[in-house]
Structures are given as C-alpha cells and as structure tokens.
Design a protein around this ligand. Structure first.
Ligand code: FEO
Length: 170
C-alpha cells in the first residue's frame, strides 16, 4: 500500500494525463480542420502518448493494491488564435505537467517512498523530452512556418510521426 497522500496525487495525475490527451486531440482537430493534417497527426500521436501515461499511473496504483478513482475530465477550452498558438499552449501545458509530477516526487521523497520515486524517474525524464519537443516545434515553426512553402514542408515532416508504445512496462 502507498501513503494516502501519494496515492491521492497519483490518482489526480491520471486525470491530468487524460486531460492532456483530450487537449492534444483538440489541437489535432484544430489543425486537421485548418488543412494541416501533418500537425494534426503529430498531436494525435501526442494524445495517444498521454493516454499511455494515464494508464501507467493507473497500473502503478493497481500494482500497489490501491483503489483507482476516476474523476471527470474537463473539456478543453483554449481558443487557438493562430497556427502557432497550440504550439505555445502545449509547451505551457507540459511545464504544468512537469511541475505536477515533480510535486508527487517531492512528496514521495519527503516520506522516503523509494519505490514511487523510482517509478517516477521515467516520467521525470519523459517530461524533459516532452518540453524539448514542444520547444523545438515552436522554434521550427518560427523559422519555417511563416512562409507557405516552409509550412508545407514542416506539415509533411510532422505527418511522418508514428505512435510507439511507451518504453516503461509495469
Ligand atoms: Fe504526459 Fe506530456 O505529459
């Protein structure tokens, strides 16, 4: 069994990861409806990864004999004002998720829950990659995306992203 507070934070994290999937699916829809199917594909794959993150947190609770409590998932409600704005919003969102995971780690560390700290190590690294990907995308968009030909090429590149299951197996 886990510490009550740690288990509660992980339960909340499941919801945040499913919300992330919802948010990225909303971004995917926005791009597809705007004719940028490559950007749409990139965010659809991102949504699949977020669903995997939620399932990993869920599995961790169950592996430790804890009850999983599923809460309501808030509908995404961010207005996208330009092709750049979902990219900026996704970076902001990843920074929020990083802070949330760091907070669980802080609590696990405070009570010397080494098992949870080790479980979270994968997510700490993953968040580094997620933030870097979001930053890179903003940079690429600013360099290439403002020109129609560059946007077309970037859209084609993002269309090649394929879903891969997470490297962490519980
Ligand atoms: Fe599950 Fe993008 O953090």
């Amino acid at each position: 069994m886990l510490n009550e507070n740690v288990a509660s934070l992980i339960n909340q994290q499941i919801n945040k990861e499913f919300y992330s999937a919802y948010l990225y699916l909303d971004m995917s829809n926005y791009y597809i409806e705007s004719g940028l199917d490559g950007f749409g594909n990139w965010f659809k794959v991102q949504a699949q990864e977020e669903r995997d993150h939620a399932m990993l947190f869920l599995q961790y609770l169950q592996n430790n004999g804890e009850k999983v409590t599923l809460g309501e998932i808030t509908a995404p409600n961010i207005p996208f004002t330009s092709f750049l704005s979902p990219l900026q919003e996704s970076l902001k969102h990843e920074q929020f998720v990083t802070a949330s995971i760091n907070n669980i780690y802080d609590e696990a560390s405070r009570i010397k829950d080494y098992r949870t700290m080790q479980f979270l190590d994968w997510f700490i690294k993953e968040q580094g990659e997620e933030e870097k990907n979001a930053e890179d995308l903003i940079l690429k968009y600013n360099v290439f995306g403002t020109d129609a030909k560059g946007l077309y090429m970037l859209n084609s590149e993002l269309g090649t992203r394929v879903y891969a299951p997470p490297s962490l197996v519980l």
